[in-house]
Every structure is written in C-alpha cells, then in structure tokens.
Design a protein around this ligand. Structure first.
Ligand code: RI2
Length: 318
C-alpha cells in the first residue's frame, strides 16, 4: 500500500464506527487505535515524512466518524504523540507499540474502575442501567464477582435499544434482569438502590455527556433520592472543555426513530434524533474512574493532571 492511501481495514473501521457496528466509547477507542497500527503496518514507503502523513490521514478519517465520544480523539492523540523516529521502521514500531499499549491500558483501566464502582454497590442491591456501557457493566460484574447479589432493571434505551445488549450481558453474568421501556423508569426507581450509567465524554465542569435520556433519568433519581454514578475511565475526560469548548452532540439519522412508511402517513413533520445529552454535575453523585471516585465538580483536577491545558490535534497536517 502506498503512503497516500488508507489501508482497507482503516476504511472498514471508520465505516463500522459511523454505522455503530463498532460502538461504545471504549470499544471505539480500541478500534481506532488498532486501525492506526494497521495503517502503520501497511504503509509502504521509505520516506519518514510520507509515513507520518499517512498515519495522520488515517487518524483524520477515524476522527471524522462520530463527534461526541472523546475517547476517539484521545486514542488517536495517545498513539500519534508517541510516533517518533528518524526512519520508517522506527516510526512504524512506535505506532504499533503505542496502539498495543493503549488497548492494554483500556482493559486495565476498566478492571480497576470496575472494582471502585463495585465498592459503591451493596449485597442485595437493585441497579438501574441506561444504554450499554462496558465501564458501567464492569462495576456490576465486579460486585457480582465479589459475591454480592445484584438485580438489574434495564432500560431498553430507544431508539437503538442498546439496553438489550446490557440485558443479555447481565443475564450471562448471572444477574436477574427486568427489561423496561424508557418511559417506565421513574415508576421503577422506588425499587432501585443505585443507578449506574456510562459516559461518552466528561466536561471540565463535571457535566456528563451520555446516551440520550441519561439527564432525565438522573433528575428523576435525584427526586427519588436514588444515588447515581457514572462509570468512566479517564479517556472519557474531554480536554478541550478545559478551555471553554463545548461538546458536540451527535445528531443521527431520523430513520433510527421512525420508519419511512409511518412517517409518510403522519404527514409533514420534523424528526430529530440527538444521540446524547448532558447531565449537569449537580445531578450526578460520583464519577468512577480507574483513579478512584470523584464528585463531578472536582473532576477538573484530574483532567488537568492527565491532559494539561492544551488539547493538541496531532492529526492535522503541519
Ligand atoms: P463504554 C455509548 O454510546 C453509550 O452512551 C455508553 O454509555 C457509552 O458509549 C460508554 O460506553 P454509543 O457509542 O465505553 O452506543 O462504557 O452511542 O462501553
């Protein structure tokens, strides 16, 4: 493959992220890092500048797939910042090594935060979940592995019903599951001890950007006095929000909400499909990371420590 082309596997990964075949903030990050390693392996050139340019082009294609989950640019940043060397072989090695190290760290971080989240759950707890988050599931699964009896009320999470994936994985972990429609959540909160959700991005002010419906659930949980935690490894921290930027909320296709036929028979209407919403920090009890749990308002300290003040875009052409 020549230096100005994307490896077919990179194009496939980008398409799969856009269509949500590869989805979930952590899984997207791992997929993107692995795609950069593939690009590095398959770029055929002796020119270090051309090699760097090829890796940046792959990173740009991956970056453009979905706008909200910051784990994607954070993964690309991690790998690109470690690309170094005077010759192509050295450059290639550093990209592949950084990609592998990134994926290993993801797994480790999820395991560590799972234990922190599990410590917040008590034997006999009923948890409520929203969407499908591997970080949130890690907390529940670690609690079960610790010998705690946990039951789950799982919101189906329209429009893509990703709650079904959660229901299946919890069932496989031996957790009794009750599936409900999203609008039944408030009715069931009285029977819930803890709400556990994931995150696609965390803003510097502690705002939690997660699958649409999280903010309504959080407000209802607060009104009912039910604690709610966000399980989010630190690659979900959004460094650009340190300098006042807001997080772009992805608007997805209307066909996920309504089929063409009923839409036509209703007549002239607008349909909108925002994939995410923002839960203000005052409605979230804790953000659980691999570095421990934090009140949302204090997450900025960890963000500064890990990312500094400047969010670079190393995929841009110099
Ligand atoms: P993990 C998902 O977004 C959900 O909003 C979920 O809470 C979040 O990513 C985090 O997932 P989408 O990709 O990284 O399904 O915890 O739109 O697996």
């Amino acid at each position: 493959m020549y230096d100005d082309q994307l490896a077919p596997a990179v194009e496939e990964t980008a398409a799969a992220i856009a269509s949500m075949e590869i989805r979930g903030a952590a899984t997207i990050a791992a997929g993107a890092a692995e795609a950069l390693a593939t690009q590095a392996r398959e770029t055929e050139t002796d020119d270090p500048a051309a090699f760097r340019s090829s890796i940046r082009a792959a990173a740009r294609a991956l970056r453009e797939t979905r706008p909200t989950a910051v784990s994607l640019p954070n993964a690309l940043r991690y790998v690109l910042q470690r690309m170094e060397g005077r010759d192509v072989e050295r450059l290639r090695r550093t990209v592949v090594d950084a990609s592998e190290e990134f994926v290993r760290q993801l797994d480790r971080a999820q395991e560590d935060l799972g234990q922190v989240g599990a410590n917040r759950l008590a034997d006999g707890d009923v948890v409520m979940t929203h969407c499908h988050s591997t970080d949130a599931l890690a907390c529940i699964e670690a609690a079960v592995e610790d010998g705690k009896e946990i039951e789950a009320i799982v919101k189906e999470t329209r429009p893509r019903n990703q709650g079904h994936i959660t229901a299946e994985q919890l069932r496989e972990a031996g957790v009794p599951v009750t599936l409900i429609v999203d609008s039944a959540a408030r009715r069931y909160l009285d029977a819930v001890d803890h709400v556990v959700v994931g995150a696609d991005s965390i803003a510097a002010d502690g705002g939690v950007i997660n699958k649409i419906g999280t903010s309504g659930l959080a407000v209802n949980a607060r009104e009912r006095g039910v604690p709610i935690m966000t399980a989010a490894q630190t690659i979900k921290l959004h460094p650009e929000t340190l300098t006042g930027h807001t997080v772009e909320i992805e608007m997805r296709d209307e066909t996920e909400v309504i089929d063409a036929e009923p839409r036509e028979s209703i007549g002239e209407i607008a349909v909108e499909n925002p994939a995410f919403d923002v839960t203000p920090p005052r409605y979230m009890d804790a953000i659980v990371t691999e570095h421990g749990q934090f009140p949302p308002e204090s997450i900025v300290t960890l963000m500064r420590e890990l990312f500094g003040e400047v969010a670079e875009e190393p995929w841009a052409e110099p």
